[in-house]
Design a protein around this ligand. Structure first.
Ligand code: ZN
Ligand code: ZN
Length: 265
């Protein structure tokens, strides 16, 4: 596979790093990005006759591009011989990051509403009804922003029940993550879409299917969204390994690297 991280995927993560480290140099930015991005095999290969890997070359390309030197940031040369470049973010770059964090707040409140719908309701699908659900066409929510897709709380409830209200990450670790008894008289657990619903625009198949829904305890659920790179990857790798073959069986295929870099960074 010749996949590698694309320059445009690095724009937002780079701007976040530049915002937190004004004046950062290209080589420092490469090191910081390596801490948050998952690299493909090709990214780690050394380019012929160069000191750069494919990844560091991609970052250098971004650093020399209009996006970082003009559009969203500014480049200042700091060494006497003109070889070291240093970056700061500009107003448009700050605006771009703000939009991004507003999106994130929307995601958080959407998830609160979703978990609430799941725990407040009672209905559950019968086993024979599940097969028909995967042919449902992804439907956008009519109100508010048009990029949100409908999720079915009844389906999530069914998945939690199918998992006996046990955290799937814990099960894969061979342990139990006890939470508390909910109003419904069972262990409280949450539903998480392994391929997040915000990725729906990139897939033809409906992502709100039981193959893509994971039963997680609130702590593991928080961790998969909010842990650092290693913490997220730890859970994600385990769950991905357990789910990918059934996802593939319904035509949904994504590599772990793509999943992480595009939807979890
Ligand atoms: Zn989630
Ligand atoms: Zn757990």
């Amino acid at each position: 596979m010749d996949k590698q991280v694309h320059e445009k995927e690095l724009l937002i993560p780079s701007l976040k790093i530049i915002y937190e480290n004004p004046g950062i140099t290209t080589s420092e930015l490469i090191k910081e990005l390596e801490k948050v991005i998952v690299l493909y095999e090709k990214d780690q290969k050394i380019l012929n006759n160069r000191n750069d890997t494919y990844f560091s070359q991609t970052v250098r390309n971004l650093c020399g591009s209009h996006s970082l030197t003009n559009e969203f940031g500014k480049c200042v040369t700091i060494s006497k011989n003109g070889s070291v470049n240093s970056f700061v973010i500009n107003k448009k770059g700050l605006e771009l990051l703000d939009i991004d964090s507003a999106d994130n707040i929307d995601d958080i409140s959407e998830d609160e509403i979703y978990q609430n719908e799941i725990s407040e309701g009672d209905s559950i699908y019968a086993g024979n009804e599940l097969n028909d659900l995967k042919n449902r066409i992804p439907e956008q929510k009519s109100k508010s922003s048009s990029t949100r897709y409908k999720t079915d709380a009844k389906l999530a409830r069914t998945v939690l029940k199918m998992n006996n209200y046990e955290c799937e990450n814990a099960k894969l670790l061979g342990v139990e993550h006890k939470t508390f008894i909910s109003k419904k008289g069972v262990q409280y657990q949450e539903a998480h879409h392994l391929i997040p619903m915000k990725a729906q625009k990139d897939f033809i198949q409906n992502l709100d299917v039981f193959e893509n829904i994971v039963c997680l305890c609130p702590l593991c659920h928080k961790a998969i969204h909010n842990a650092n790179r290693d913490g997220k990857l730890d859970i994600l790798t385990r769950i991905y390994g357990a789910k990918i073959s059934s996802l593939k069986s319904i035509g949904i295929n994504v590599s772990l690297e793509d999943l992480y870099n595009n939807y979890y960074v």
